[in-house]
Design a protein around this ligand. Structure first.
Ligand code: CP
Ligand code: NVA
Length: 310
C-alpha cells in the first residue's frame, strides 16, 4: 500500500507511468468510467479549496466511484479527536483519503496510521498533486525533456509550491532558479532533503537568487504563487511589502524569452503577485494547469488503488 505525501515518495519511472495514464484518461474519458466502481474516496480538508476538492470529486465521479467531503467543522482534526484515531476510523470506511492540512506532520501521521492510501492535498510544506499536474502540463506544451526545461520561480521561496519545485528539480534534473527575498528562502530541511535526493546535478541546476530579472533569463516557464499562503493572514502586510519587487508583470516578461510560459497554481491575486495583462496574455497557460489537475489526479487514484487503463 502506497501513499503520496511528497513526490519524492515516487520514483521518476512511477511518475512517468502516472503521466502516461493521465494522457490516456484525458484522451478517452468514457472508456474508463467504471474503473473505480464501488470505491469511496474521503476528502478531509482543514483548509479551503476550490480546485483540489472539485477536481477530485469530479474525477472520482468520472471513474464510477463515490466521494465524501469532510470539512474542518465536521471532524476537528486533532481537536475533537486525535489524528491517529481519525486515520484508523476512516480506514474502516474508505478506500483512499485525500487530506489538506496546516501542519505537514499531520499528513505524515495520517499516512502512518491509516491502512488505506493517503494523498497530500496540500500541507504547509508540499503540494504534490499540483506539481505533478504542472509537470504534466509542461510536457504537453513542450517537446523538450524535463531535464532540458528551465523554471524561474518568482516570489515566496518558502512556500509549499517552491518546495515542491525543489522536489521536481531533484527528481527530474530540472533547471530551477528561485527569486525570493532573503527572509523567504526555501526551508532548510527541505533544501537538505532535495539536495540529497538530487545529488550533484541538483547543485549545478538549482539556485536561489534575489533578482527576478536574472532568474527569468533563458527560462521556459515563469511560475508564481500567492505571496500570502493559507494560514499566513496575520503576515499579509509585511509579506506584501517584502514581495513588491517580485511581481510577474509585463516588464519582467520583457527580460524572458518571447515564448516563455507563465504558470500559477491558483488562487491568484490580480495586481499582487501577477498582473491582469500577464494572466490574460498568450503566454499564460494557467487554466490548462487547472484542467490537468483533473486528469492527473484520476491517474494518481488509479496508481494508488492499483488499477490500470491498459
Ligand atoms: N491550486 C489549488 O490547490 O487550488 P485550491 O486551493 O483551490 O484547491
Ligand atoms: N501556497 C498556496 C498554494 C495554494 C494552492 C497556499 O498554501 O495557500
Amino acid at each position: 500500500m502506497r501513499s503520496l505525501i511528497s513526490i519524492l515518495d515516487l520514483s521518476s519511472d512511477e511518475i512517468r507511468e502516472i503521466f502516461a495514464q493521465a494522457a490516456r484518461l484525458k484522451a478517452e474519458r468514457k472508456r474508463w468510467e467504471k474503473l473505480l466502481r464501488g470505491k469511496t474516496l474521503g476528502l478531509l480538508f482543514d483548509k479551503p479549496s476550490l480546485r483540489t476538492r472539485v477536481s477530485f470529486e469530479v474525477g472520482m465521479h468520472q471513474l464510477g466511484g463515490y466521494t465524501l467531503y469532510l470539512g474542518p467543522h465536521e471532524v476537528g482534526l486533532g481537536k475533537r479527536e486525535s489524528v491517529k484515531d481519525i486515520a484508523r476510523t476512516l480506514s474502516r470506511y474508505l478506500d483512499c483519503l485525500v487530506a489538506r492540512v496546516f501542519d505537514h506532520t499531520t499528513i505524515v501521521e495520517l499516512a502512518r496510521e491509516a491502512d488505506i492510501p493517503v494523498i497530500n492535498g496540500l500541507s504547509n510544506l508540499f503540494h504534490p498533486c499540483q506539481i505533478l499536474s504542472d509537470l504534466f502540463t509542461i510536457m504537453e506544451k513542450r517537446e523538450k525533456k524535463l531535464k532540458d526545461i528551465k523554471i524561474a520561480f518568482i516570489g515566496d521561496g518558502s512556500s509549499n509550491m517552491a518546495n515542491s519545485w525543489l522536489c521536481a528539480a531533484a527528481q527530474f534534473k530540472i533547471n530551477l532558479a528561485i527569486a525570493t527575498p532573503q527572509r523567504y528562502e526555501p526551508n532548510a530541511a527541505v533544501l537538505l532533503k532535495t539536495r540529497e535526493a538530487g545529488g550533484k546535478s541538483f547543485l549545478r541546476n538549482v539556485c536561489v537568487l534575489r533578482d527576478p530579472v536574472e532568474a527569468v533569463k533563458e527560462a521556459d516557464v515563469i511560475y508564481t504563487d500567492t505571496w500570502v499562503s493559507m494560514g499566513q493572514d496575520e503576515e499579509r502586510k509585511e509579506r506584501k511589502r517584502a514581495f513588491r519587487r517580485f511581481q510577474v508583470n509585463e516588464e519582467l516578461l520583457q527580460s524572458a524569452k518571447p515564448d516563455v510560459m507563465v504558470m500559477h497554481c491558483l488562487p491568484l491575486h490580480r495586481g499582487e503577485e501577477i498582473t491582469d495583462t500577464v494572466i490574460e496574455s498568450p503566454q499564460s497557460i494557467i487554466f490548462d494547469q487547472v484542467e490537468n489537475r483533473l486528469h492527473l489526479q484520476k491517474a494518481i487514484l488509479l496508481f494508488l488503488l492499483d488499477k490500470k487503463t491498459y
